[in-house]
Design a protein. Structure first.
Length: 162
């Protein structure tokens, strides 16, 4: 069964997403959704570096809420800069963030968090995975920003994945 369905939750999510995007309950769409939901995880099996065990669901929920709040806050700050360019408080810059996080799945989640938050962009991960370089739209204090990323995102990801 594991060979046919290597990622059941991903398959279910893909099928539901297919049905929602098509806004149809037709048997043909449902069957096509099932084919895609089975085929995509099989074809992408090699892209998943390690199996993920869900640990600490409360930490996951807190992290999701934190990311949602930070994303809204960043959207508002970015909107302020675009609507009133003269309101910039600090220049853009690069922040070097030392990482204790080593799990490839956790690093992937950190990349997603940083990329969906306006005002920051993943710039580079060192070859030994110990240093993250982020571009920040307004960077006042690099050390304070690095501490914020480590506390808000890295620490919970370590609890979840390591």
């Amino acid at each position: 069964m594991k060979r046919l369905l290597p990622a059941p939750l991903i398959s279910l999510a893909l099928w539901v997403l297919w049905m929602v995007l098509n806004r149809s309950l037709d048997a043909g769409q449902a069957l096509l959704g099932v084919v895609l939901a089975l085929a995509i995880p099989l074809l992408t099996r090699g892209l998943r570096p390690l199996p993920v065990r869900v640990r600490h669901p409360l930490v996951i929920a807190r992290l999701m809420l934190r990311v949602a709040a930070d994303t809204v806050e960043s959207n508002l700050a970015t909107l302020r800069l675009f609507l009133a360019p003269g309101s910039r408080r600090h220049p853009a810059g690069f922040a070097h963030i030392p990482l204790d996080l080593r799990d490839p799945n956790a690093l992937a989640v950190l990349a997603m968090i940083v990329c969906i938050t306006p005002g920051t962009a993943w710039a580079e991960l060192s070859s030994d995975h110990t240093m993250l370089l982020l571009h920040v739209l307004e960077l006042d204090d690099e050390a304070a920003f690095a501490a914020l990323v480590k506390e808000r995102y890295e620490r919970p990801l370590m609890e979840i994945f390591e």
